[in-house]
Design a protein around this ligand. Sequence first.
Ligand SMILES: *[C@@H]1O[C@H](CO)[C@@H](O)[C@H](O)[C@H]1NC(C)=O
Ligand SMILES: *[C@@H]1O[C@H](CO)[C@@H](O)[C@H](O)[C@H]1NC(C)=O
Ligand SMILES: *[C@@H]1O[C@H](CO)[C@@H](O)[C@H](O)[C@H]1NC(C)=O
Length: 266
Amino acid sequence: MFEALVAALLFSVLNYGINRATASGDGDFFHNCTPSRCSEEGTIEIRFPFRLATSPQSCGAPGLELACSREADTMLLHPILGLCKVTAIDYIFGGLNVIPLEESWTRCPLQKISTTNLSTSVYIPDSYGGETANLVRCSRELIPTEKAGTIPGMGDNIVGPISCLSNTSQFIYLMDGSEPMYILPLDCTVVSNGISTPWDYDIKTAVLFAERARRVIAFGETTLTWSVPNITDICLDCERNGHPCGFSSQRRQAFCKRQGIVSSNS
Ligand SMILES: *[C@@H]1O[C@H](CO)[C@@H](O)[C@H](O)[C@H]1NC(C)=O
Ligand SMILES: *[C@@H]1O[C@H](CO)[C@@H](O)[C@H](O)[C@H]1NC(C)=O
Ligand SMILES: *[C@@H]1O[C@H](CO)[C@@H](O)[C@H](O)[C@H]1NC(C)=O
């Protein structure tokens, strides 16, 4: 189903050493490497340090290649998660949200996510955002009064039991990482911590833990941060100051687009 897409992405990754780009001046970069989207109404803009696998290699940083599916979704071939749908990219914080699509990940996403090291040289599961969660095992089911009432402040901060991980003798929940364990009954223990729930990049609409938890439990949606030495840190700085980021093939260095450098040849 995805073979062609996977092949295209693999080809582009393997081929990275061969740099066919001919961009010369800094202005040329923004002329040759225009931001793109997989669909006209798509909300995900693909721009440096990301690039589409079909664009010149010098339009992106190594390892940050994306592709468009036939359904016009933005796709990432992650070395560990396999083929993923990209649901958000944030160029200021350096994060990206993905949903793994391969069957081994979709059957019980949290089981895989909680037991797999997802780190690669470029993508690292987000553990800083303050939006991580703990997988908790209890020997009894938490009853709704415990969830909402008798445990102070618990409210929406624990979700479960997660059906694909629970059975009659153990009940598995996902709990907001910022909650202290002492609010739980004594028969509960943390089985896995630092699970990344999807960031919400739009500060105006802070998403409740329960909603982020639902997305990681049902779809395996998770946040990865991306980093390529000597490139992405410069780009995050550019974006924070409202400047697009580009790459000079001559100087082999990322740079911020300044006012006065026009997109056409300067
Ligand atoms: C996870 O994998 C990365 C990259 O392979 C490695 O550097 C790191 O030490 C691993 N972390 C753990 C906890 O095993
Ligand atoms: C419940 O699941 C755990 C972990 O997979 C397993 O060790 C245990 O035997 C199971 N219990 C029952 C009653 O199925
Ligand atoms: C990053 O830049 C520093 C200083 O310019 C250089 O010494 C280092 O080799 C560079 N690292 C990579 C991975 O290009």
